[in-house]
Design a protein around this ligand. Structure first.
Ligand code: PEP
Ligand code: MN
Length: 338
């Protein structure tokens, strides 16, 4: 249920509405919006009767929300959410935000070279995993705390914002201490304890779609975070598992168009994991921008053939600069900037 207040409703009328919601054992959520004041209601087991609220002073409308995801839905908030990542805005009419860097932080020279290269080519955020969730326990697991320090050093050297993955609740405080944008990886999309803990923070989140998760499941995972009061959630399409074996995953650009329709949250696309083939990453980045992505996250390594993870899908700095040229041209064609 969504309660829309009349323009000019008083603070007392608003308080009266939230008191009524709480008195029914339900949870009110103020919905930030520019053109109206609205209060979302969660916690009801069955359908709520709009008449319970429609007659209260100051209420313009009580609307039943048909989707199982509520606070992240377009039904509840019509205008695009713009997420502010330490001064870089993503979503709405903001320029397309490009995050780029290696899959994993490997050394001081590697991360600094990557950071300087992607900054010069026009990226505004540096990606790089310090805590890496690897499929095999024998693969490189990341530099952990040392990797966070190197990301901080690269940020100070370049002014780039830092996006890095948080793998578990145990390391959340440490990662949140360094990250400007907390990445939740595909393998953790339904780690509900982690989603809840991040929902308590007031730090922007990049939530990646699970490799076998539906669009609805992605939105429900985002709902976990927003329901706890953290509204700064960015959705990320990174490819799903299909029968195809020529590519690592199948980049589901349908999801971009659907997510933009179903939700007000910004959508970022990861063509690197989405296709997994270096030579084709730029083509899919251009396609992502053409279909409405608000941002891109791209794997870039100074020496991809020697990368400790995901080298086969990583571009070198020159390849990334070339990708940016193509992305800028497509962005201009669809009325956006980069
Ligand atoms: C990554 O960004 O390097 C990564 C592990 O991505 P995903 O969680 O989408 O597999
Ligand atoms: Mn990777």
């Amino acid at each position: 249920m969504l309660i829309v207040l009349r323009p000019g409703a008083t603070a007392e009328e608003q308080r009266n509405v939230t008191d009524r919601i709480r008195s029914l054992g339900l949870t009110p959520h103020a919905i930030p919006g520019e053109d109206r004041t609205a209060i979302g209601i969660t916690g009801n087991k069955g359908a709520l009767d709009p008449a319970l609220f429609a007659c209260l002073p100051g209420v313009a409308d009580a609307i039943v929300v048909s989707q199982p995801f509520k606070l992240v839905s377009r039904e509840v908030k019509r205008e695009d959410t713009v997420v502010d990542v330490a001064g870089v805005r993503i979503g709405g009419n903001a320029p397309i935000a490009v995050m780029a860097g290696p899959c994993a932080v490997e050394s001081e020279s590697q991360i600094l070279e990557a950071a300087r290269g992607v900054a010069a080519a026009g990226a505004t955020m540096l990606r790089g995993g310090a805590f890496k969730p690897r499929t095999s326990p024998y693969e490189f697991q990341g530099l952990k705390g040392e990797g966070l320090k190197l990301l901080d050093q690269a940020r100070r050297a370049t002014g780039l914002r830092v996006v890095t993955e948080v793998k578990d609740t145990e390391t959340l405080a440490a990662v949140a201490g360094t990250a400007d944008l907390l990445q939740i990886g595909a393998r953790n999309m339904q780690n509900f304890s982690l989603l809840e803990a991040i929902g308590e923070l007031r730090k922007p989140v990049l939530l990646k779609r699970g490799m076998s998760s539906t669009i609805k499941e992605l939105l429900m995972a985002a709902e976990y975070i927003v329901a706890r009061g953290n509204h700064s959630v960015i959705l990320c399409e990174r490819g799903i598992r299909t029968f195809e074996t020529m590519t690592r995953n199948t980049l589901d650009l349908n999801a971009v168009a659907m997510l933009k329709q179903l939700s007000h949250l910004p959508v970022v696309v990861d063509p690197s994991h989405g296709i997994g083939v270096r030579a084709s990453v730029a083509a899919m980045a251009r396609a992502a921008v053409a279909c409405g992505a608000d941002g891109l996250i791209i794997e870039v390594h100074p020496d991809p053939d020697r990368a400790l993870s995901d080298g086969m899908q990583s571009l070198n700095v020159a390849g990334f600069a070339e990708l940016m040229r193509g992305v800028r041209a497509v962005a201009a064609a669809v009325g956006r900037t980069v």
